[in-house]
Ligand binder design. Structure first.
Ligand SMILES: Cc1cc2nc3c(=O)[nH]c(=O)nc-3n(C[C@H](O)[C@H](O)[C@H](O)COP(=O)(O)OP(=O)(O)OC[C@H]3O[C@@H](n4cnc5c(N)ncnc54)[C@H](O)[C@@H]3O)c2cc1C
Length: 456
C-alpha cells in the first residue's frame, strides 16, 4: 500500500488530498518562492488525526511540511519535491476564554483575527497583532514567533503563549496546556516549539494570554526631519506615554510610494520620516489631554515638525493603510521584503548605507524602509523593476546581510529563517549555537522528517 493509501485509510479519504485535488494555494507562502505542489495535503480535524498522520509518515520516513495560513515570508511552509504537507486549516476554533485567568485556549488553525474578535467580544485584548491578521493562523504565528505592531507594549508572540499542545515527529502528543504565569517545573519545553518553524513538532493547540481591553485608543501621525529625531521621539514616548502601544516609523521613500498607491494624502509637504504613535488608554479626557500635550511639547521642542491626530477610527485606518502597504506586492515586480534587527541608534545609518549599496548595484530600483523602531526592527522593501533572477536575489541578500553583520545586527527580526535566510544563519549565530540547535533537532526528530531543509 502506498503511503497516500495508508493515510487515506487511516484518516478517511476526505482528509488527504492528492493529484489534481491539490489546489495551487498549497504551493507557496507569501514569499512566492514555492516551486512545486506537495505530494499530498493532509487536513486533519483533531489532534488525534495529526498524531495518526505523523505516526504513519514517521514509519515511512516521509518528510512533512506544516502549513498554516501561508502568510510567512521566509519560504518556511513550502514543500520540496515528494514532501507531504499537513495543513492545519480545518483544526480551528476557540475552545475557551477564561476571563479570570486571562487566557484563551485555541486550536492552531484558527485565523488570528478570528481569535482577536472573540477576545474583544469577551471584553479582553489578544495582544498579538500583525498586518497578516486576516489570514495567518495561531499555529503559524507561534511557529514563527511573529512580532508585529504591538510588541513595544505586549512583547512578541513568545511572551503571550502560556501553554502549548504539540505533536512530535513520531506522533506522540505533548500536552502542555498550562494557564499559569508561574510554573517552574523543569525545562520549559513549550519554548522549543515557539519560533521553531515547524522543524521540531506540529502545534495543535495553544493557551494565549489575554489582557483587559482598554476603551480608548488614540492615534497620531508625526512628521520628522531626521532619524535622530525619531530616536529622541521614541525615548520621549516611552518615558511619557504609559500606555504607548505602537511606534511605527516610515521613511519618505516608503510613504511616498504607499500613499500614492492607496490614494491617501497625509501632509501638504513631504517629510523625511513619518511615525505612527498609538496609545491604548481608559478613554478619559485626562488621557486625551496627556496625549495631545505630548505632541504639543514635541512640536514646541522642534522634535517633530507637524502632526495629525486621528479624529475617528476611519482616519486612524488611513494612517495604517499607508503603513501596511498592502498594494506593494501587486504593484512592484519581484518585491523582496527583508526583515532585520539592528541596535536602535544604528538603524538610520544602516538604512542609508543599504540604500546606497543597493542602488549602486541596481540603479533605478525601488528601495524603501519602514519598521517597528521601538523593537529594533527594520523592514527593507526592494524591487529591481523587473523579474529578479536567483543571482539578483542573492546579490540583494549579500548586500543587506553583509551590512547587518557590519552593524552588529540580526538577519531576522521576526519573519524567521525558513529556506530564504538559511544560508545566512551563521552571520547571526555562532558555530556552538548552531551545533546545539542541531542536537535538539536530532533529539526530537531523529529521522529528520519535520520540515527538512528549513532553519538549520
Ligand atoms: C501582509 C503581511 C504582514 C506581515 N506582518 C508581519 C509582522 O508584522 N510581524 C511578523 O512577525 N510577521 C509578519 N508577517 C509574516 C507572517 O504573517 C507571520 O510569520 C505569520 O504569523 C505566519 O503565520 P501563518 O499561519 O501564515 O504561517 P505559514 O506561513 O503557513 O507558516 C510559517 C511557518 O510556520 C510553520 N507552521 C505553520 N503552522 C504550523 C503549526 N501549526 N505547527 C508547526 N509549524 C507550523 C510552517 O511550516 C512555516 O515554517 C507578515 C506577512 C504578511 C503577508
Amino acid at each position: 500500500m502506498s503511503i497516500i493509501d495508508e493515510l487515506q485509510t487511516a484518516l478517511g479519504p476526505d482528509r488527504v488530498l492528492d493529484g489534481a485535488a491539490i489546489g495551487e494555494r498549497y504551493r507557496s507562502d507569501e514569499s512566492l518562492t514555492g516551486r512545486v505542489l506537495p505530494l499530498a495535503v493532509i487536513r486533519p480535524r483533531s489532534v488525534d488525526e495529526v498524531s495518526a498522520a505523523l505516526r504513519i509518515c514517521h514509519a515511512h520516513g516521509q518528510p512533512v511540511v506544516p502549513q498554516g495560513g501561508l502568510t510567512g515570508l521566509a519560504g518556511g511552509a513550502n514543500a520540496a519535491g515528494g514532501e507531504v504537507a499537513i495543513s492545519l486549516e480545518n483544526l480551528s476554533g476557540i475552545e475557551e476564554i477564561d476571563t479570570a485567568a486571562g487566557t484563551m485556549t485555541v486550536k492552531a488553525g484558527t485565523v488570528l483575527e478570528t481569535a482577536q474578535i472573540a477576545a474583544a467580544d469577551a471584553g479582553m485584548l489578544l495582544p498579538i497583532d500583525l498586518g497578516a491578521r486576516g489570514s495567518c493562523q495561531i499555529g503559524g504565528t507561534i511557529s514563527t514567533n511573529a512580532g508585529g505592531i504591538r510588541v513595544i507594549r505586549h512583547g512578541v508572540t513568545r511572551d503571550n503563549v502560556l501553554g502549548l499542545e504539540v505533536v512530535l515527529a513520531d506522533g506522540s502528543v505533548l500536552s502542555m496546556l498550562n494557564k499559569m504565569t508561574k510554573n517552574n517545573t523543569g525545562y520549559d519545553l513549550r519554548q522549543f516549539f515557539i519560533g521553531a518553524e515547524g522543524t521540531l513538532g506540529i502545534v495543535t493547540r495553544a493557551v494565549l494570554k489575554l489582557k483587559p481591553l482598554m476603551p480608548g485608543r488614540r492615534t497620531a501621525l508625526a512628521a520628522l526631519e531626521d532619524y535622530e529625531a525619531v530616536v529622541r521621539l521614541l525615548g520621549k514616548a516611552q518615558r511619557e506615554l504609559a500606555a504607548l502601544s505602537a511606534f511605527e516609523a516610515m521613511w519618505q521613500s516608503y510613504v511616498g510610494f504607499n500613499a500614492r498607491a492607496a490614494g491617501v494624502k497625509l501632509f501638504d509637504a513631504d517629510h523625511p520620516f513619518l511615525v505612527i504613535i498609538e496609545q491604548d488608554d481608559d478613554g478619559s479626557d485626562a488621557a486625551r489631554e496627556r496625549f495631545e500635550a505630548f505632541l504639543g511639547e514635541a512640536l514646541e521642542a522642534e522634535l517633530i515638525v507637524d502632526a495629525l491626530i486621528a479624529q475617528s477610527e476611519k482616519e486612524a485606518q488611513r494612517f495604517w493603510s499607508v503603513r501596511e502597504g498592502h498594494l506593494m506586492g501587486q504593484l512592484l515586480p519581484s518585491l523582496v521584503n527583508l526583515d532585520v534587527s539592528l541596535p536602535i541608534g544604528e538603524i538610520g545609518r544602516y538604512a542609508e548605507a543599504c540604500e546606497a549599496a543597493l542602488l549602486q548595484r541596481f540603479p533605478g530600483a525601488h528601495v524603501s524602509f519602514f519598521g517597528h523602531i521601538g523593537d529594533s526592527n527594520l523592514h527593507v522593501a526592494i524591487s529591481i523593476g523587473g523579474a529578479a533572477s536567483e543571482d539578483d536575489l542573492h546579490a540583494i541578500d549579500e548586500i543587506a546581510y553583509g551590512l547587518v553583520q557590519r552593524f552588529n545586527g540580526s538577519i531576522s527580526a521576526e519573519h524567521g529563517i525558513g529556506t530564504l535566510k538559511r544560508p545566512y544563519l551563521d552571520r547571526s549565530r555562532s558555530p556552538e549555537e548552531l551545533a546545539a540547535m542541531r542536537r535538539i533537532k536530532q533529539a526530537l526528530d531523529p529521522k529528520g522528517i519535520l520540515n527538512p531543509g528549513k532553519v538549520i
